[in-house]
Design a protein around this ligand. Structure first.
Ligand SMILES: Cc1cc2nc3c(=O)[nH]c(=O)nc-3n(C[C@H](O)[C@H](O)[C@H](O)COP(=O)(O)O)c2cc1C
Length: 150
Protein backbone atom coordinates (compact mmCIF):
# COMPACT_ATOMS: atom_id res chain seq x y z
CA UNK A 1 0.00 0.00 0.00
CA UNK A 2 1.07 3.52 -0.76
CA UNK A 3 0.48 6.23 1.78
CA UNK A 4 -0.84 9.51 0.41
CA UNK A 5 -0.91 12.82 2.24
CA UNK A 6 -2.55 16.02 0.99
CA UNK A 7 -1.89 19.36 2.65
CA UNK A 8 -2.14 23.02 1.86
CA UNK A 9 -0.24 26.01 3.22
CA UNK A 10 0.13 29.75 2.77
CA UNK A 11 2.93 30.84 0.53
CA UNK A 12 5.14 33.40 2.30
CA UNK A 13 7.71 33.85 -0.47
CA UNK A 14 7.80 37.60 -1.05
CA UNK A 15 8.02 39.23 -4.46
CA UNK A 16 6.50 38.54 -7.82
CA UNK A 17 6.58 35.60 -10.21
CA UNK A 18 10.34 35.82 -10.61
CA UNK A 19 11.11 35.46 -6.90
CA UNK A 20 8.53 32.69 -6.77
CA UNK A 21 10.20 30.76 -9.53
CA UNK A 22 13.67 31.15 -8.05
CA UNK A 23 12.42 29.81 -4.74
CA UNK A 24 10.55 27.08 -6.47
CA UNK A 25 13.63 25.94 -8.29
CA UNK A 26 15.35 25.53 -4.92
CA UNK A 27 12.40 23.64 -3.50
CA UNK A 28 12.20 21.38 -6.54
CA UNK A 29 15.91 20.57 -6.52
CA UNK A 30 15.85 19.68 -2.79
CA UNK A 31 12.70 17.64 -3.43
CA UNK A 32 14.24 15.74 -6.30
CA UNK A 33 17.32 14.90 -4.26
CA UNK A 34 15.48 13.86 -1.10
CA UNK A 35 12.38 12.31 -2.63
CA UNK A 36 14.30 10.02 -4.96
CA UNK A 37 16.31 8.83 -1.94
CA UNK A 38 13.12 8.32 0.11
CA UNK A 39 10.87 6.82 -2.57
CA UNK A 40 8.51 9.79 -2.47
CA UNK A 41 6.58 11.02 -5.49
CA UNK A 42 3.92 13.66 -5.72
CA UNK A 43 2.71 16.94 -7.07
CA UNK A 44 2.89 20.57 -6.01
CA UNK A 45 0.27 23.11 -7.08
CA UNK A 46 1.03 26.70 -6.27
CA UNK A 47 0.18 30.30 -6.87
CA UNK A 48 1.24 33.49 -5.13
CA UNK A 49 -0.97 32.72 -2.12
CA UNK A 50 -1.10 28.96 -1.71
CA UNK A 51 0.74 25.71 -1.91
CA UNK A 52 -1.11 22.43 -2.24
CA UNK A 53 1.07 19.34 -2.16
CA UNK A 54 0.40 15.64 -2.52
CA UNK A 55 3.04 13.27 -1.13
CA UNK A 56 3.02 9.55 -1.86
CA UNK A 57 5.26 6.78 -0.60
CA UNK A 58 5.98 4.57 2.36
CA UNK A 59 4.09 5.79 5.43
CA UNK A 60 7.10 6.59 7.63
CA UNK A 61 8.89 8.35 4.79
CA UNK A 62 5.82 10.43 3.94
CA UNK A 63 5.40 11.49 7.58
CA UNK A 64 9.09 12.32 7.89
CA UNK A 65 9.04 14.36 4.67
CA UNK A 66 5.90 16.23 5.67
CA UNK A 67 7.36 17.06 9.10
CA UNK A 68 10.46 18.51 7.45
CA UNK A 69 8.43 20.51 4.92
CA UNK A 70 6.11 21.84 7.63
CA UNK A 71 9.09 23.51 9.34
CA UNK A 72 10.05 25.40 6.18
CA UNK A 73 9.69 29.18 6.59
CA UNK A 74 8.79 29.69 2.93
CA UNK A 75 5.26 28.83 3.91
CA UNK A 76 3.05 28.90 6.98
CA UNK A 77 -0.17 27.41 8.39
CA UNK A 78 0.46 24.00 6.87
CA UNK A 79 -2.78 22.08 7.18
CA UNK A 80 -3.20 18.37 6.48
CA UNK A 81 -6.40 17.82 4.51
CA UNK A 82 -6.31 14.08 4.14
CA UNK A 83 -4.21 10.97 4.62
CA UNK A 84 -5.14 7.65 3.10
CA UNK A 85 -3.71 4.46 1.66
CA UNK A 86 -3.93 4.04 -2.09
CA UNK A 87 -3.24 0.90 -4.11
CA UNK A 88 -1.02 2.58 -6.66
CA UNK A 89 0.73 5.90 -6.89
CA UNK A 90 -1.31 8.56 -8.67
CA UNK A 91 1.80 10.63 -9.35
CA UNK A 92 4.37 7.97 -10.19
CA UNK A 93 6.49 9.85 -12.67
CA UNK A 94 7.84 12.70 -10.67
CA UNK A 95 9.88 12.90 -7.52
CA UNK A 96 7.98 16.19 -7.31
CA UNK A 97 6.02 17.46 -10.25
CA UNK A 98 4.69 20.94 -10.02
CA UNK A 99 2.61 23.57 -11.68
CA UNK A 100 2.51 27.28 -10.98
CA UNK A 101 -0.83 28.71 -11.97
CA UNK A 102 -0.45 30.55 -15.25
CA UNK A 103 -3.06 31.92 -17.71
CA UNK A 104 -2.51 28.97 -20.06
CA UNK A 105 -3.82 26.65 -17.34
CA UNK A 106 -6.97 28.64 -16.79
CA UNK A 107 -9.02 26.12 -18.73
CA UNK A 108 -7.93 23.28 -16.44
CA UNK A 109 -8.85 25.30 -13.34
CA UNK A 110 -12.20 26.23 -14.88
CA UNK A 111 -12.97 22.58 -15.52
CA UNK A 112 -12.63 22.11 -11.76
CA UNK A 113 -14.88 25.02 -10.97
CA UNK A 114 -12.02 27.29 -9.93
CA UNK A 115 -12.60 30.47 -11.89
CA UNK A 116 -10.82 33.10 -9.89
CA UNK A 117 -8.63 32.63 -6.84
CA UNK A 118 -8.20 29.12 -5.56
CA UNK A 119 -9.01 28.70 -1.88
CA UNK A 120 -7.83 25.24 -0.81
CA UNK A 121 -9.54 25.60 2.56
CA UNK A 122 -12.88 25.56 0.76
CA UNK A 123 -12.09 22.57 -1.40
CA UNK A 124 -12.10 18.86 -0.65
CA UNK A 125 -8.86 16.93 -0.89
CA UNK A 126 -10.43 14.74 -3.59
CA UNK A 127 -11.09 17.88 -5.69
CA UNK A 128 -7.48 18.97 -5.27
CA UNK A 129 -6.16 15.54 -6.20
CA UNK A 130 -8.37 15.59 -9.32
CA UNK A 131 -7.06 19.05 -10.21
CA UNK A 132 -3.47 17.89 -9.68
CA UNK A 133 -4.04 14.87 -11.95
CA UNK A 134 -5.31 17.15 -14.73
CA UNK A 135 -2.44 19.58 -14.24
CA UNK A 136 -0.05 16.65 -14.37
CA UNK A 137 -1.62 15.58 -17.69
CA UNK A 138 -1.45 19.16 -18.94
CA UNK A 139 2.24 19.45 -18.06
CA UNK A 140 3.00 16.09 -19.64
CA UNK A 141 1.20 17.04 -22.87
CA UNK A 142 3.14 20.30 -22.95
CA UNK A 143 6.47 18.51 -22.54
CA UNK A 144 5.47 16.02 -25.21
CA UNK A 145 4.68 18.72 -27.75
CA UNK A 146 7.89 20.57 -26.86
CA UNK A 147 9.81 17.36 -27.52
CA UNK A 148 8.06 16.90 -30.85
CA UNK A 149 8.72 20.51 -31.80
CA UNK A 150 12.35 20.26 -30.75
C1 LIG B 1 5.80 24.05 -0.44
C2 LIG B 1 7.05 23.26 -0.18
C3 LIG B 1 7.16 21.96 -0.65
C4 LIG B 1 8.31 21.20 -0.41
N1 LIG B 1 8.38 19.91 -0.85
C5 LIG B 1 9.45 19.15 -0.54
C6 LIG B 1 9.50 17.78 -0.90
O1 LIG B 1 8.60 17.22 -1.54
N2 LIG B 1 10.61 17.09 -0.55
C7 LIG B 1 11.65 17.64 0.13
O2 LIG B 1 12.61 16.94 0.44
N3 LIG B 1 11.64 18.94 0.47
C8 LIG B 1 10.56 19.71 0.15
N4 LIG B 1 10.56 21.03 0.51
C9 LIG B 1 11.77 21.61 1.09
C10 LIG B 1 11.93 21.27 2.55
O3 LIG B 1 11.12 22.13 3.32
C11 LIG B 1 13.39 21.43 3.00
O4 LIG B 1 13.85 22.72 2.69
C12 LIG B 1 14.28 20.43 2.31
O5 LIG B 1 13.73 19.15 2.35
C13 LIG B 1 15.66 20.42 3.01
O6 LIG B 1 16.46 19.56 2.29
P1 LIG B 1 17.99 19.38 2.66
O7 LIG B 1 18.02 19.03 4.12
O8 LIG B 1 18.42 18.27 1.78
O9 LIG B 1 18.64 20.69 2.32
C14 LIG B 1 9.41 21.80 0.29
C15 LIG B 1 9.29 23.11 0.74
C16 LIG B 1 8.14 23.86 0.51
C17 LIG B 1 8.04 25.26 1.01
Amino acid sequence: MIHQLVYFSRNTVPGGDRAMLTNLREIVSASQRNNSRDGITGFLIFDKTWFVQILEGERARVTETYNRIARDTRHTSTTIMNVRDVEVRLFPNWTMGGAMRTPEMQEVYLQHGIGTEMDPARLKSTQLVALALDLQAFEQAKRQSQRLAG
